[in-house]
Design a protein around this ligand. Structure first.
Ligand SMILES: Cc1cc2nc3c(=O)[nH]c(=O)nc-3n(C[C@H](O)[C@H](O)[C@H](O)COP(=O)(O)OP(=O)(O)OC[C@H]3O[C@@H](n4cnc5c(N)ncnc54)[C@H](O)[C@@H]3O)c2cc1C
Length: 429
């Protein structure tokens, strides 16, 4: 159910600049910090460690960006997944809650800053992210997000019913906007960042899946099919595709599969009435509606599977129907051309995880669908931590032992079949 067809070209891959494949690991090498996983978390961790002045190796089991980081919707959002800033403070306590909220508030700016620092062309557009509300209940919730982030000092604005409806081109009651946010071609960002890391001296190996981890003198040896890497510190950034590389780790997160779909490039008259000013949008439904343009004015959106995993025609039909309902300017259901899917990691409390698995061996990630901006910030912190530049109590998240998801096999099935329940709740909200 959760395999990724990582070789099938998808929209982001087709429109990203080409990048030569990284080297294959053949033999045994040694480094200071080893990062396992070549998504945003792993790439950013490698950067954080390298910027701290240590030698870094990164192992990616498939290709860089082949998983969630290269196939997501591309929304770069400085906001939590569902919770408000005060709810995080209540959960983490004042000091840690504030530190975490600060990282989230700055995360989109950090992401766009990386593109600028390394000259990465990820088709980035920093015209803000809007979260509109479709009911009075969700409007109140949107107002809480807006008020709390404003009080925190984030660059946010409020949109009334007319502004939200006119900008988005779809009827909403109002909403809030985060101005440092936006959208990217995420695959272009992964390969651009990997190329930048190689220029900075990070050694990256693709098709190098870590299959076992064993303790050596004062560090760890990670074995792959054709070699091994021995390092003082190891960062696991394997997210939803975490396998059996460390006992029990995969039972601490739920892989959740979603699909993406895109129209053909829209003509100018539609482009002028839908998403005016090129913002990123995701609304407050449980069966969330989200959209933005790619570099050629395709409208990119997505949805959730229920029972029909991998059925592209049904996925396209669902998004087509949703876009037709959302945007009167289409005058019917638009044709969806592109289709692909991916898997992200979710946990019931929707709080990212930092696990110390053993001395010198850590895991970080799990963003519950809101990881593009956050992984690029949290990943760098992970790298600094591994390089000895951060103590546990300086991290923006609690450093804990593994937290297994209760009744994991059942939880995985339930989470991936919640879609009808979400639609039901949307009807009631
Ligand atoms: C379809 C989709 C749409 C999304 N849309 C958005 C969005 O618009 N905005 C947003 O903020 N978030 C979104 N997300 C979530 C976001 O993409 C993720 O939270 C984020 O990319 C996670 O990055 P990561 O590096 O932690 O994990 P991943 O990108 O999954 O990377 C983990 C990597 O580890 C590798 N790996 C695993 N095990 C091993 C091993 N043993 N050895 C070597 N390598 C290994 C995998 O091959 C993989 O490349 C979406 C996710 C999906 C799937």
């Amino acid at each position: 159910m959760f395999e990724v067809d990582w070789k099938t070209p998808h929209l982001w891959r087709k429109t990203a600049p080409p990048r030569p494949a990284a080297a294959a690991l053949d033999g045994d090498i040694t480094t200071d910090v080893l990062v396992v996983g070549g998504g945003f978390t792993g790439l950013a961790a490698a950067l954080g460690a390298r910027d701290s002045g240590v030698n870094v190796v990164l192992l990616e089991g498939n290709e860089i960006g082949s998983a969630a980081s290269g196939r997501n919707n591309g929304l770069v959002i400085s906001h939590h997944s569902k919770a408000s800033p005060s709810e995080f403070e209540a959960a983490y306590g004042r000091t840690l809650g504030e530190r975490y909220n600060r990282m989230v508030a700055d995360a989109a700016g950090v992401a766009f800053g990386l593109m600028q620092r390394f000259g990465i062309d990820a088709h980035q557009v920093q015209e803000g992210w809007i979260q509109p509300a479709h009911t009075e209940t969700t409007l109140k919730r949107a107002r809480i997000f807006y008020e709390e982030w404003k009080a925190f000092g984030a660059n946010v604005s409020w949109l009334d019913r007319k502004e939200a409806t006119d900008i988005i081109g779809s009827p909403y009651l109002g909403g809030w906007k985060v101005l440092n946010s936006g959208h990217i071609n995420p695959f272009a960002m992964t390969v651009g960042l990997a190329a930048a890391l190689e220029r900075e001296g990070v050694r990256i190996f693709e098709n190098a899946r870590g299959t076992a981890i064993e303790k050596t003198g004062d560090g760890w040896r990670v074995t792959t099919a054709k070699g091994s890497v021995t390092a003082r510190e190891v960062v696991l950034a394997t997210n939803a595709l975490t396998g059996d590389v460390w006992p029990g780790l995969k039972r601490t997160l739920i892989p959740f599969k979603v699909f993406q779909s895109a129209t053909d490039p829209l003509p100018d008259d539609l482009r002028a009435r839908i998403l005016v000013g090129n913002p990123a949008v995701s609304d407050m439904r449980n069966d969330i509606r989200y959209f933005h343009y790619d570099c050629d004015n395709r409208l990119v959106s997505g949805g959730t599977h229920t029972l029909w995993f991998d059925e592209a025609d049904r996925g396209r039909a669902k998004v087509s129907q949703m876009l037709g309902q959302a945007f009167p300017a289409f005058g019917g259901a638009p044709r969806m051309v592109e289709y692909w899917h991916g898997t992200f990691a979710v946990v019931p409390d929707r709080r990212p995880r930092l696990y110390r698995l053993a001395p010198g061996l850590v895991f970080g990630g799990v963003y519950s669908g809101r990881g593009v901006a956050l992984s690029l910030s949290l990943g760098q912190e992970l790298g600094r931590w591994a390089a000895g530049r951060r103590a546990d109590d300086q991290m923006p998240l609690p450093v804990t032992a593994m937290k297994p998801v209760p009744f994991h096999p059942v939880a995985v099935q339930i989470a991936n079949r919640m879609h009808p329940w979400h639609r039901f709740k949307d009807g009631k909200a």
